[in-house]
Design a protein around this ligand. Structure first.
Ligand code: CO
Length: 286
C-alpha cells in the first residue's frame, strides 16, 4: 500500500513538472525601449499565456537591454533566458523567434542558442526553435490577410497604404520583404511596402504613389513594435521621415502606429510556429 501511494505521489509529481516544463517558452524579440511600444510585445505574451505557456522574455538587442537596465528594468539576453529556464528545471525548452524574417537577428539567435548549449551540455532534452513570422507561403498569405484586416476603418478605396519594413543586407531579410511587398501589391494595388534600412527604399515607391495620383497615404509599421523607427523614421517631424517626404510630394500622411504584435492573427501565426516547431536544435541529423 505504502509503495502504491509513493508511486502515485511520484506520478503526480512527474505530471506536474511535465506540465510546467513542457510549456515554457522563451520569446525572443529585438526589443524596444520606447515607452508604449512594449504594448505590442505584451499582447503577444498574453496570447501565449492564454495558450497555457509560461513565458520568459529575451531581447537580442544589447543596446536596448542596456538602456532598460539603466532605467532599472532587467530584460534577459538569450543566454540568460536559457540559464533561467535551466534553473527552473525545464528539460524540453521552446524558443520562439518574434522576428519578421529569418535574417540577421534570427541568425544571431541561432548562434546564441548553440553557444549556450555548447557551454552547458546535457542541460535540456530538447530545444525546439520556432522560426520567424515569414517563412512559408502559408505565413505570407496569413500575414497579408492579417494586415488587410487591421487597416484603419477610415481608409477609403482611394487612399494608399505604405508599410515600413526594417530590412538589411545581412541575411535574406530584404528578399523576404520584397516577396511581402509583391504579395501586398497583388492583394491591393494601393498597398506598398518599403524598408527603412534595407534595399527596398521609399525612393522606389514615391514615384509609384505619384503615378497613382494618391492624395492620402496611411503609414503603418511592418514591424513587431511601433518603436523608434515608426515614431521617428516613419511618422516623425524630421525632414527625411517618410511622413515629411510624402508631405513634400503633396500627399497627406496618415500615421497609424500599431506594432504587428498587437494583431491577433499575427499572434496566431507565431503560436502555430511554436506549437508545430520541428526544428530541434539538440537533434543530430540521422
Ligand atoms: Co533599425
Amino acid at each position: 500500500m505504502k509503495r502504491i501511494l509513493m508511486l502515485a505521489a511520484l506520478c503526480l509529481l512527474c505530471l506536474a513538472s511535465a506540465a510546467l516544463a513542457g510549456q515554457t517558452t522563451i520569446l525572443v524579440a529585438f526589443g524596444t525601449s520606447q515607452p508604449g511600444a512594449e504594448a505590442s510585445l505584451k499582447a503577444v505574451e498574453a496570447a501565449y499565456a492564454r495558450a497555457g505557456d509560461t513565458i520568459i522574455w529575451a531581447y537580442t538587442s544589447d543596446k536596448i537591454r542596456a538602456k532598460l537596465h539603466a532605467q532599472g528594468r532587467r530584460i534577459l539576453s538569450v543566454d540568460e533566458a536559457m540559464n533561467r529556464a535551466a534553473e527552473l528545471g525545464v528539460r524540453h525548452l521552446r524558443i520562439q523567434s518574434l522576428h519578421i524574417a529569418p535574417a540577421e537577428e534570427f541568425n544571431q539567435l541561432q548562434r546564441m542558442i548553440v553557444r549556450n548549449l555548447y557551454r552547458h551540455p546535457g542541460r535540456f532534452s530538447s530545444v525546439m526553435l520556432g522560426h520567424p513570422l515569414l517563412e512559408s507561403a502559408q505565413d505570407m498569405r496569413e500575414t497579408v490577410a492579417a494586415v488587410l484586416a487591421s487597416l484603419p476603418r477610415e481608409r477609403t478605396a482611394r487612399d494608399a497604404v505604405l508599410l515600413m519594413g526594417h530590412g538589411n543586407d545581412r541575411g535574406p531579410g530584404d528578399l523576404v520583404l520584397q516577396a511581402a511587398a509583391t504579395a501586398f501589391q497583388q492583394a491591393d494595388p494601393l498597398i506598398w511596402l518599403a524598408t527603412v534600412e534595407g534595399a527596398g527604399s521609399i525612393d522606389h515607391v514615391l514615384p509609384r504613389l505619384r503615378e497613382a495620383g494618391v492624395r492620402r497615404v496611411w503609414l503603418m509599421p511592418f514591424m513587431m513594435v511601433a518603436g523608434d523607427h515608426a515614431r521617428n523614421d516613419l511618422a516623425g517631424p524630421e525632414e527625411d521621415s517618410w511622413a515629411s517626404r510624402l508631405r513634400a510630394a503633396g500627399m497627406t500622411p496618415m500615421p497609424h502606429l500599431r506594432g504587428l504584435g498587437e494583431n491577433p492573427a499575427i499572434q496566431r501565426i507565431f503560436l502555430r510556429h511554436t506549437q508545430a516547431a520541428t526544428d530541434n536544435v539538440m537533434q543530430e541529423k540521422q
